[in-house]
Ligand binder design. Structure first.
Ligand SMILES: [Zn+2]
Length: 389
């Protein structure tokens, strides 16, 4: 059974603020009695108090519901959040660190590990959280790591599930999830969305890198239809920004559709700590915190100072045949229409394919695996299709 008392399972190390009372608003009570609102709708509007399951893992208290209002200000707090169960009935747990300022302010979410093989995101958020001093802060910063725990443990992009023999699920296509969905990743997303994110977040930064086998620049996906999202993206001294409307089911798009500004930040190569790009991501993130008055320090470099290249479309070049890749350009290189950018050879050394671009832009992603199957992505060129962007 879950404890619904915040005080029952407190440890002295990770003590929480006493749980608040949540009186039903008179307006809702009237609506409920008049049939103007359902109990389900009412529940969705009412924040739930922080719930400790009673479990302690490696000295850290386990939560199944978080309301950051319940946490003591001026401190950093750490928890495991209880995610979906595995087939054996045990849970996947998600590490959460909350820096809660002494003054009211924006609540910023930083997420890592939506994909398991992306590690520079972890170091970026660790450095940000280490730098924060809650006694000097307004608002709250939540860092949530290893969202896709099974993928993280395997250092693989996708969540592997035993369903249908063995299935791989992209955990960035299931948001906002569904607690009664048809597979564990969808349910896990639904649990995190409803009980950890939904009532605690005003702005979300989702940190990624390229998938294994390729590499990204320091890159941001942002939906410029929202001026606030464009402003957030431009606070980063990133190499490139793509203005686009997002991928259905991505964490970024789920937040944007819920009216919460969000961007996706790609920090170079997978599986490593890409320190030069991590520094750019940290600086941009701190600029976001400065912009919203969460921390008070001089603004660092932004896209304006570093001359970030902004586009709105990718030209994706894929292998037409099997063979070994020879890349004739690299990340950030400017390319022009008709320029040859790669070729492929067979095992005898014969050239079997040559690849040209048809647009003027910059190389944004590139294959690092030298062997390339037909259909594999060789590179993506970021360019500006719409002059209004
Ligand atoms: Zn990713």
């Amino acid at each position: 059974m879950l404890s619904r008392s915040a005080s029952l399972c407190e440890t002295t190390k990770y003590q929480t603020w006493p749980a608040r009372k949540y009186p039903i608003d008179k307006q809702f009570r009237n609506l409920l009695s008049s049939g103007g609102v359902s109990v389900k709708q009412l529940k969705e509007k009412m924040p739930m108090p922080t719930l400790h399951t009673g479990d302690i893992i490696q000295g850290v208290s386990v939560l199944s519901e978080l309301d950051v209002n319940d946490l003591e200000p001026g401190k950093k707090h750490r928890f495991f959040f209880q995610g979906v169960q595995m087939g054996t009935g045990q849970h996947w747990y998600v590490p959460v660190v909350v820096a809660k300022g002494v003054r009211d302010g924006k609540r910023i979410l930083m997420t890592t590990g939506v994909h398991g093989d992306e590690l520079s995101s972890v170091e970026t958020v660790r450095r940000i959280m280490e730098d924060l001093e809650p006694t000097q802060m307004a608002g709250t910063v939540l860092a949530v790591h290893d969202l896709s725990r099974p993928a993280r443990e395997q250092m693989h992009r996708d969540w592997h599930t035993p369903q249908k023999g063995y299935s791989l699920i992209n955990f960035n296509r299931v948001w906002p999830g569904d607690e009664i969905g048809k597979d564990a990743p969808t349910r896990h997303a639904g649990i995190l969305w409803n009980h950890l994110f939904k009532n605690n977040v005003d702005l979300a930064l989702d940190y990624h890198t390229s998938s294994t086998g390729g590499e990204f620049t320091m890159f941001i996906f942002a939906d410029f239809r929202s001026p606030e999202i464009e402003q957030i993206a431009r606070l980063f001294p990133s190499e490139q920004i793509k203005n686009d409307s997002g991928e259905k089911g991505s964490l970024e798009m789920a937040f944007v559709q819920a009216g919460i500004p969000a961007i996706t930040i790609e920090i170079g190569a997978p599986r490593i700590f890409d320190h030069s790009k991590i520094s750019m991501a940290v600086e941009g993130s701190m600029n976001v915190l400065r912009n919203y008055g969460i921390i008070d320090s001089p603004m660092g470099k932004t896209s304006e100072e570093v001359g970030t290249f902004v586009g709105d479309t990718f030209e994706t070049i894929r292998s037409t045949t099997g063979g070994y890749l020879e890349l004739l350009v690299d990340l950030r290189d400017r390319v022009t229409p008709g320029q040859q950018v790669a070729l492929q050879r067979n095992s005898f050394g014969d050239i079997v394919a040559e690849y040209k671009v048809s647009v003027a832009g910059e190389v944004a992603t590139i294959a690092r695996d030298a062997l390339s199957e037909p259909g594999s992505r060789i590179m993506q060129i970021l360019y500006l299709q719409s002059p209004d962007s």
